[in-house]
Write a protein of this length. Structure first.
Length: 289
């Protein structure tokens, strides 16, 4: 008799077959060792039932991983941690600006630029090699919300209005291209339209092997919402004070003074922040068997 297929309910509501290799792969990306992965999988596998939600599986894996490896648990929680940056989109804009700086761009966040018709607020303005890029960030608090084709249509029309004004006003750089960035994903129609008008798209996993998650890992620019040694209300207080990245904590530990935490706990937070920033994804290759 064929073995019954166990399905998992995704955040989108879709059902997909449960694959133990997918769980192992996600744990491996977090930097968990082979032994840690085996321990977690052995514990979780008997708990899996047909129709289980992906959130429940994540919660069980995160709980176990946090006990074994705090830094890997932080990385494992990255996708959800970005959602926790909301409800305002500004922290996400600052995160994207920081990623672009690491790639050699000069950036400004929240800039008002005149267009031929009206003025527009540009989330991130980035300049490199004599070219300037207007970047719109679409932050979503739910993974169910995606960017369909209407979003790039709208963003491209705004960009063209600003581009005409910019390039005809004697600026020292050319406003070369518009970008659209989201923390969720793009529909196929959105991707096809963007390609046709030369609008750059950037999401959690797009372009393939060069999305937001890969770049955050590569540069160690983790948001403070991944930290396991801070409570949710403490993270929100830091965000309120414009502290978005973990590297801002260890480079300036005084930002923790406004939080009602003990000196011992503050040291744990700083140490976790340091480990996250300095343990880049490419160093994790050493852990592979």
């Amino acid at each position: 008799m064929d073995k019954k297929i166990i399905t998992v309910k995704k955040n989108s509501g879709e059902l997909e077959p449960f694959e133990i290799q997918k769980l192992k792969k996600s744990l491996k990306r977090s930097g968990a060792t082979n032994q840690e992965i085996q321990t977690i999988v052995k514990s979780i596998h008997p708990m899996i039932y047909d129709g289980i939600s992906s959130d429940v599986i994540y919660g069980k894996a995160y709980f176990l991983l946090k006990k074994l490896n705090e830094v890997s648990a932080s990385k494992y929680s990255l996708k959800r941690a970005i959602f926790d940056l909301g409800p305002s989109g500004y922290p996400f804009e600052k995160l994207i600006g920081a990623l672009l700086k690491q790639k050699g761009y000069t950036t400004k966040v929240s800039v008002i630029l005149p267009g031929i018709s009206v003025s527009h607020e540009i989330d991130v303005l980035a300049e490199k090699d004599g070219n300037t890029y207007a970047i719109e960030c679409k932050f979503h608090s739910s993974p169910k919300t995606v960017c369909d084709v209407k979003i790039p249509l709208y963003i491209n029309s705004r960009f063209l209005d600003v581009q005409k004004k910019w390039n005809s006003s004697g600026k020292t750089t050319q406003l070369k291209q518009g970008w659209l960035v989201t923390n969720t994903r793009f529909t196929e129609d959105a991707i096809n339209y963007a390609k046709s008008v030369d609008l750059t798209l950037f999401s959690w996993d797009y372009p393939k092997n060069n999305g937001i998650s890969k770049n955050i890992d590569e540069f160690g620019l983790y948001p403070i919402t991944v930290l396991t040694n801070l409570k949710k209300q403490e993270k929100m207080e830091l965000i309120k004070n414009n502290v978005i990245l973990v590297k801002e904590i260890f480079s300036n530990p005084d930002v923790l003074k406004d939080l009602n935490i003990t000196y011992h706990n503050a040291l744990k937070v700083i140490e976790e922040a340091k480990k996250l920033y300095y343990t880049k994804s490419y160093n994790l290759e050493k852990q592979k068997s």
